[in-house]
Design a binder for this molecule. Structure first.
Ligand code: DX5
Ligand code: ZN
Length: 230
C-alpha cells in the first residue's frame, strides 16, 4: 500500500511570543497540519496551552489542527477544544477517563477523535478503539517536552500497528510524535508512520521553513524505499 509522508508541525518549540506568525511560517512552509501540544501539569509535568490559545491562532491558517491532549481529564475539556477550532482531538489511552466516553464526547462535538499511546504502553491497549478513531498517535518520546531524542525501541510497536491497520483495512492515519527529525524520520516513516510530527526539527530553523519541510519529506521517502521495518 503506497503511503506518503505528511508533516505535522508541532508548535511546542515555536516562539510563543509570536505564535500566529509561527503558525503562518509552518503553513507557508508547506506542512500538512498543525499539531498543538496541550499539557495540564497533571498527566505530564508541564503546562503549555488551553482552548484560548487554540482559538487565538485558529484564524491564522486553514490547515487542520491536531490538538494533542496530554491531559488527565480529556472528557472534561473535549468540547472546549472542539469549540476553539480543533479538527482532530487526540487524547491519551493512559488518561483518567474511559476512552470510549472520550471518543463519544469528541464526536458529539462534531470533531474527529484520535488516540495516543506512550512508549511503554502496548499496542493492545488501543485495540478496542481502532474502529472508532481517525488517527493513532504513537509517542516516540515520553510526553511533556519538545527536543527529546527519538526512542527507536518503539519502532517495532509502530510497525505492528501499521500491519494491523493494513490487514484490517482500517481508514486510520498512523502518527509518530517525538524526536522526529532528519536523522530519524526514515525510521518513523519506514516503520509505518504516515503523520510525522516535527517540532524542534522545524522550529530550530529561522525564516522560510519550506526547505526544511522538503528535506524532511525527502529524508522520509528516500530512505523508506530500502529501510527495513525494524
Ligand atoms: C511531546 C510532544 C511532541 C514532540 C514535539 O510531549 O507531544 O509533539 O515532543 O517536539 P519534538 O519534535 O521536538 O520532539
Ligand atoms: Zn504531540
Amino acid at each position: 500500500m503506497s503511503r506518503s509522508p505528511r508533516i505535522s508541525a508541532s508548535i511546542l518549540n515555536a516562539d510563543f511570543g509570536r505564535l500566529a506568525d509561527e503558525v503562518r511560517r509552518a503553513d507557508e512552509g508547506g506542512v500538512d497540519s498543525i499539531h498543538l501540544d496541550v499539557m495540564d501539569g497533571h498527566f505530564v509535568d508541564n503546562i503549555t496551552m488551553g482552548p484560548v490559545v487554540v482559538g487565538a491562532i485558529r484564524p491564522t491558517t486553514q490547515l487542520r489542527f491536531h490538538s494533542h491532549l496530554m491531559i488527565a481529564r480529556p472528557l472534561r475539556y473535549a468540547e472546549r477544544f472542539a469549540e476553539a477550532g480543533s479538527d482532530l482531538i487526540v487524547f491519551h489511552v493512559e488518561a483518567d477517563d474511559e476512552p470510549a466516553a472520550v471518543i463519544n464526547a469528541i464526536e458529539a462535538a462534531g470533531k474527529r477523535p484520535g488516540i495516543a499511546l506512550n512508549p511503554e504502553t502496548p499496542a493492545a491497549a488501543i485495540d478496542p478503539y481502532l474502529e472508532r478513531v481517525d488517527l493513532v498517535l504513537v509517542m516516540t518520546v515520553n510526553p511533556g517536552w519538545g527536543g527529546q531524542s527519538f526512542m527507536g525501541e518503539v519502532v517495532p510497536k509502530l510497525a505492528s500497528l501499521r500491519d494491523t491497520i493494513d490487514r484490517r483495512g482500517l481508514p486510520i492515519e498512523l502518527g509518530v510524535d517525538g524526536g522526529v527529525n532528519l536523522d530519524t524520520i526514515a525510521r518513523a516513516f519506514g516503520g509505518g508512520g504516515d503523520v510525522l510530527v516535527t517540532g524542534s526539527a522545524l522550529y530550530s530553523t529561522d525564516g522560510d521553513l519550506a526547505p526544511t519541510v522538503a528535506a524532511l519529506r525527502a529524508a522520509a521517502t528516500t530512505a523508506h524505499s530500502d529501510s527495513e521495518r525494524t
